[in-house]
Every structure is written in structure tokens, then in C-alpha cells.
Design a protein around this ligand. Structure first.
Ligand code: ZN
Ligand code: ZN
Length: 191
């Protein structure tokens, strides 16, 4: 009985780890596979995929997670419990969301070009999950790029109507949703 209870708690713990950290293994693996299919000469298309990710990240965060009712309900869990990994996306849903995008891109642009753009999108996503993990859970000292990303994102958690970009502030500046801390005060362009 005790052995069964031990095995059950072990498999529950493994599933929890898989949900929290699976992306950090599967996404780099997928990047290697699709970058390999694309080939090095398609590096510009991969970079275009990374750039496209930053816009996708901004739009999904702003309009799906903060306006769409179902998306907002899920995202609110993270806003309420920023350092609780159970309140964030599950790594198990990433392949379900990403693979159709990959198939669509390859279907539309061909194996090499589609794989290059997909590898770029996945690379952008990988940077996003690493930066988001770091700003909530790593002790980050001042005077670093990550520290400014942390302040920017914590301002988003505080005000909610600004700083939707996590990997870059670029689209917040373009769409005038940029807020920054100046002398202990937050200056926001968001309405
Ligand atoms: Zn966050
Ligand atoms: Zn948010």
C-alpha cells in the first residue's frame, strides 16, 4: 500500500515537473530539428521568425490574455500568483498549439522556408519563457538588461494596461503602451 502511494506521488511529481519544465527541453529540441531542416543559408528567415514572435507575444498578451474573457481568466491566475508555476501555461499544451502553426508554415512556404520561420518563432518563444521565468524567480541585480526586463514586467503586473512585451519593449513603444519607473514613479503612455 505504502509502495503504491509512493509510486503515485512520484508519478504526480513527474507530471508536475513535465508541465512546468517540459518546454525547456522540447522547444530547444524542436528548434534544432527545424533549423536543421531549414539549413544555415535560411538564417535571415529564422531572424524574421524571431521578429514575428515579438509581435505575436505582444498581441496575444494584450488582446487574448487581457481582453478575451477565457484568456483573461487563465492569465489572471498568473497575475494573482506570479511566482507559482501552477498558475502559468502548461508545457503539455505547447506542442498542441505550435505543431499546427509549423504544419501551416511548411504547407504554405515549403519545407525549408517554412521550417526556418517556424524555428525562428520557436526561438523567440524560448527566449520569452526563459526571460519570464527569470524575472519572476531569479535574484537579478540592478544594472543589467534582465533587471530592466524585470522592472518592466513587474510594472505590467502592477498596472496591467502597459508593458505587454516581455522580451522587448519595442511594440509597447510602437503602440504607446510603454510605462517605465522614473525616480520611484511610474510614467505610463498607456491610457
Ligand atoms: Zn509574469
Ligand atoms: Zn499580463
Amino acid at each position: 500500500m505504502r509502495r503504491i502511494a509512493f509510486m503515485t506521488s512520484l508519478s504526480a511529481d513527474m507530471m508536475r515537473r513535465l508541465r512546468h519544465f517540459g518546454d525547456f527541453v522540447t522547444v530547444p529540441l524542436a528548434i534544432v530539428i527545424f533549423a536543421g531542416l531549414a539549413g544555415l543559408d535560411r538564417l535571415p528567415l529564422m531572424l524574421a521568425g524571431i521578429a514575428a514572435w515579438t509581435l505575436l507575444e505582444y498581441l496575444v498578451h494584450r488582446f487574448v490574455f487581457h481582453i478575451h474573457s477565457q484568456g483573461r481568466r487563465l492569465h489572471q491566475l498568473h497575475h494573482d500568483n506570479p511566482s507559482d508555476p501552477d498558475a502559468e501555461r502548461s508545457s503539455l499544451t505547447t506542442p498542441l498549439l505550435a505543431l499546427p502553426v509549423g504544419f501551416l508554415l511548411i504547407g504554405a512556404a515549403g519545407l525549408e522556408d517554412g521550417s526556418a520561420i517556424f524555428a525562428g518563432l520557436l526561438s523567440g518563444y524560448l527566449v520569452f519563457i526563459v526571460v519570464h521565468y527569470a524575472v519572476h524567480r531569479w535574484p537579478i541585480g540592478p544594472n543589467s538588461w534582465l533587471y530592466s526586463a524585470k522592472i518592466r514586467h513587474l510594472t505590467h503586473h502592477h498596472l496591467e494596461n502597459c508593458n505587454f512585451g516581455v522580451t522587448t519593449i519595442f511594440w509597447d513603444i510602437v503602440f504607446r503602451t510603454h510605462a517605465r519607473a522614473v525616480g520611484g514613479h511610474i510614467r505610463s503612455e498607456a491610457g
